[in-house]
Design a protein around this ligand. Structure first.
Ligand code: ISL
Ligand code: CA
Length: 563
């Protein structure tokens, strides 16, 4: 057990545009975050990851950066950043910043130069190709619809963009690009950053020749740029150049398309690449032919199989990260729990799971309140470029059924988690004094922070307790993981164990009562309740679980040991 702060930490993700507006323009900002730090301190999180706050034309809400060393106008000034980081550190909260370097904005000075001429010194900062038979150089499709290629008449070539055409991909083959990235990292470490979340970290290395992808229902071409040929070399170089000099700085890679085998390389102990990765298998569960807007129902056993696989296979070799949602996913209670009658119970149950598995847990803003999907009724209410482009391609141009598409968006679309934080029951939920950039969920009078802080049984205080317990009991962080009854379609049952200390977790994923029988090899001589979302007695035994009940017990089989 190699103890590290980032293994024991619970991290909170802030999407700044939607967290707190401080100046009445309808957009969240850095000063707004500073105002709410005591709230985060009360929740008890150790670190905060803030989605991009750099200068950006906002084609993709800050994931398109035009200056890596300046603050987005709408979010404030560098002084606001300095204050924020100082106030965070004063409270013992670490700061993780987002590093978006698979691509820049097309308004970044590098790209403005690059597109001018084939001889420009910045030409090789991006990926340019000649047309093929007068058309795009290959068949790859963008995460935001259409081709990944955009024609640039100035020079008669196409440039690659895996995301929007305003997000040209950087050419990581060029060592100058990599040195620029390392400089940006040093800049933010000097400014007070304690870590980096590496945006689309699995996609920097594209296969030579950029061959056509296999046509499937999802995004075409991924096999040629996800976990590409030089990716691990790049991360070792990043480590040598930057991270090795700052051993306390943590890194988490957002690695779509990562397999367990690849994750062991990115986040393997002693490999000196990054500390942990976000894997995508559970979030992409049910995507029909890889298409996120066609999600079919899945069984609980499939969901459990993925999470348990990541638990057991990374154990002792690599570190995991744990998340139920983020700014790209629907709300966790809407996707995996019950956003209706059992909203509170199921939200607590889901986070009991997240905070009792091995890996570093990430709580996305508003999930501590049990916020739900946006439930907008019109396409005009959505702002997300992915949603809008998919609508244009499928409904407007493709003639697909608008009702079905709206339903798919309401279930899986990225704006579901981007509606503003619900702070109180006043107009605009205390988020802003004017019109919010994205509509506030109509349920804010029922679901808000003010109400949660006045209710000792709220999801907020339950999460606070889960965080405190995780800090007190290392078995929850480092314990080995063993699953029971993987085929059970109602209950998720697992045990964590560390040095004779055990934590048994039982989670009911249904709205019905379910019988739990104590696994045969679990014979506690002593046990006590760790946490539950219902009133419970204090010993571990077979019994009936109520709807969405979660119960976790500390126990030992050793005579004379304490729990
Ligand atoms: O939304 C997704 C699935 O359709 C995700 O796969 C997402 O596009 C992917 O994880 C990359 O996400 C990250 O990079 C994007 C940005 O739009 C996302 O917000 C960011 O988290 C481009 O920078
Ligand atoms: Ca503002």
């Amino acid at each position: 057990m190699d103890q590290k702060w980032w293994k024991e930490a619970v991290i909170y993700q802030i999407y700044p545009r939607s967290f707190q507006d401080s100046n009445g323009d309808g957009v969240g900002d850095l000063a707004g975050i500073t105002r709410r730090l005591d709230y985060l301190k009360e929740l008890g999180v150790d670190a905060v990851w803030i989605s991009p706050f750099y200068k950006s034309p906002n084609d993709d809400n800050g994931y398109d950066i035009s200056d890596y060393r300046a603050i987005m106008d709408e979010f404030g000034t560098m002084e606001d950043f300095d204050t924020l980081q100082r106030e965070m550190h004063k409270r013992g909260i670490r700061l993780i910043v987002d590093l978006v370097v698979n691509h820049t904005s097309d308004e970044h000075p590098w790209f403005l130069e690059s597109k001018k001429s084939r001889e420009n010194p910045y030409r090789d900062f991006y990926i340019w190709r000649d047309p093929k038979d007068g058309k795009e150089p290959n068949n790859w499709t963008s995460f935001f619809s259409g081709s990944t290629w955009e024609y640039s008449p100035e020079t008669g070539q196409y440039y690659l963009h895996i995301f929007s055409k305003k997000q040209p991909d950087l050419n990581w083959e060029n060592p100058k690009v990599r040195q620029e990235v390392y400089d940006i990292m040093r800049f933010w470490i000097d400014k007070g950053a304690d870590g980096f979340r590496l945006d689309v970290a699995s996609m920097y290395s594209k296969r030579e020749g950029l061959p056509d992808g296999q046509a499937t229902g999802g995004y075409i071409g991924g096999e040629h740029y996800q976990n590409g040929p030089r990716i691990h070399e790049f991360f070792r170089e990043m480590h040598d150049n930057v991270l090795s000099k700052y051993p306390e700085v943590m890194t988490v890679g957002e690695t779509s398309g990562v397999t367990v085998e690849e994750a062991k390389k990115y986040a393997g102990f002693g490999r000196q690449e990054m500390n942990m990765v976000f894997q995508f298998e559970h979030t992409e569960l049910g995507y029909t032919d890889g298409d996120k807007f066609r999600v079919h129902k899945v069984k609980l056993s499939e969901f459990k199989a993925i999470l348990s696989k990541w638990q057991t296979q990374l154990q002792d070799v690599a570190w995991n990260s744990l998340y139920l949602t983020n700014h790209d996913q629907p709300r966790s209670v809407s996707r995996w729990g019950d956003p209706g009658k059992y909203r509170v119970e199921s939200a607590k149950m889901l986070y009991t799971m997240l905070l009792t598995q091995q890996g570093t847990p990430y709580i996305y803003q508003g999930d501590e309140l049990g916020m739900t999907n946006a439930s907008f009724s019109s396409i005009d209410d959505y702002q997300d470029i992915q949603i809008r482009n998919a609508w244009q391609e499928r409904v407007v141009e493709g003639g697909e059924d608008p009702g079905e598409m709206l339903e798919a968006i309401a279930y899986i679309g990225r704006d579901n988690a981007r509606t503003p934080m619900q702070w109180d029951d006043t107009k605009n939920a205390g988020f802003t004094s004017s019109t919010p950039w994205l509509k506030i969920n109509e349920n804010y009078r029922e679901i808000n922070a003010k109400k949660a802080l006045a209710d000792p049984d709220s999801i907020f205080f339950y999460m606070q307790k889960l965080i405190r317990l995780r800090h007190e009991h290392l078995v929850a962080v480092y314990g080995d993981f063993t699953e029971y009854e993987p085929q059970n379609e109602a209950l998720y049952i697992y045990n964590r164990s560390l040095d004779g200390q055990n934590l048994l977790v039982v989670l009911n994923f249904t709205k019905d009562a379910q019988d739990f029988s104590l696994p045969e090899d679990i014979r506690p001589v002593k046990s006590r309740l760790y946490i539950s979302n219902y009133e419970n007695n204090d010993e571990l035994r077979s019994r009936r679980l109520r709807p969405y009940e979660a119960a976790a017990y500390l126990w030992t089989a050793q005579e004379g040991s304490d729990v």
